[in-house]
Design a protein around this ligand. Structure first.
Ligand SMILES: [Zn+2]
Length: 57
């Protein structure tokens, strides 16, 4: 077991609509994938449910 605090749903601010995710480590890790927010300002990783939010300012 690691000592990091794990929250149920991670969120990450991104300055770009294109983000990459490889999971949050440990058993929740997954192969690196690239996500595109498209018309929206946020996207959720289908693997680990991490939410990426576009930083607008
Ligand atoms: Zn992910």
């Amino acid at each position: 077991m690691d000592t990091f605090n794990q929250i149920e749903e991670e969120t990450e601010l991104s300055k770009s609509k294109k983000v990459s995710c490889s999971g949050v480590g440990g058993s929740l890790g997954h192969p690196k994938i690239y996500l595109d927010m498209g018309e929206k300002n946020e996207i959720r990783c289908p693997y680990c449910s991490k939410l990426f939010i576009l930083e607008t300012n």
